[in-house]
Design a protein around this ligand. Structure first.
Ligand code: KIV
Length: 271
């Protein structure tokens, strides 16, 4: 009989309960291997639709499909045991109506076994967030710079540079919290606005390029590992994996070209 205690995943109420408490640690992950490493350190892992750009070379997140999100979501759930797994709803899967949003959110939850979904938009998505949460789908909201609306915003632009817009952003945060979102990602807004939003709502704010005063922080894993070609300015790079992979691959290529193939230790001998 095994004496090992089963590991319990972090739950949605546990994340919601961290408002104003110990900072919430979060990273994105898109596949089982890195997710297993992140799982040992993060409270929740986001299978973000940024995977379209990071993993599939897309220019924006707009081309990401339900099938891609489900495929990567399943891999991350399989690779993890502890962290809450949140899967992004891709562009076009939830905006049209609360009913369509529910059908797609339920499909993501059933097929990936994730614990929650994330969708972009503030006040305009409140009705949908309410519809989902009342039907058993935990929702993380995402306001500020919302990459799925990058064409409307005229690019990936920092929000709130003009303080006249602050009230609308705060209203977005209040609307998603009031509709039942358990946490809200606040992306790419000026620092004092992120602080104001954090003070205005009773759910945790998860900052990305926002403010150290948020209740937690999220980064795209590949950006903080030094794998992205052009990480956003606000990203602190904690590793130089791009350079390390380049070094290893070029050493390998040089050795093969020089016929310096792997020696004794690396081949099967017929006994
Ligand atoms: O898609 C994503 O990775 C995200 C994070 C940047 C918050 O939404």
């Amino acid at each position: 009989m095994s004496t090992e205690k089963p590991v319990r995943r972090v739950t949605v109420p546990q994340i919601a309960g961290r408002k104003g408490g110990a900072p919430i640690v979060s990273l994105t992950s898109y596949h089982a291997h890195t997710a297993a490493i992140v799982d040992r350190h993060a409270d929740f892992i986001l299978v973000g639709d940024s995977l379209g750009m990071v993993m599939h070379g897309m220019e924006t997140t707009l081309g990401v499909s339900m099938e891609l999100m489900i495929m990567h979501g399943r891999a991350v759930v399989r690779g993890t045991r502890r962290a809450l797994i949140v899967v992004d709803m891709p562009f076009g899967s939830y905006e049209e109506s609360p009913g369509i949003a529910f059908r797609n959110a339920a499909r993501i939850m059933k097929e990936t076994q994730c614990g929650a979904v994330k969708l972009e938009g503030g006040a305009r998505m409140a009705e949908t967030i309410r519809f989902l949460t009342e039907r058993g789908v935990p929702v993380m909201a995402h306001i500020g710079l919302t990459p799925q609306s990058s064409h409307v915003m005229g690019g990936f632009k920092t929000q709130g540079r003009d303080s006249d817009t602050w009230d609308a952003h705060v209203e977005d945060a209040r609307a998603v919290a009031g509709a039942g979102a358990f946490a809200v990602v606040v992306e790419g807004v000026v620092e004092p606005l992120a602080r104001r939003i954090t003070e205005a709502v009773e759910i945790p704010t998860i900052g990305i390029g926002a403010s150290p005063d948020c209740d937690g922080q999220i980064l795209v894993l590949e950006d903080m590992l030094g794998l992205g070609e052009r990480p956003p300015r606000f990203v602190k790079v904690y590793g130089r994996l791009g350079e390390e992979i380049e070094r290893a691959v070029s050493t390998y290529a040089d050795e093969v070209r020089a016929r310096n193939f792997p020696g004794e230790d690396h081949v099967y001998r017929q006994e």
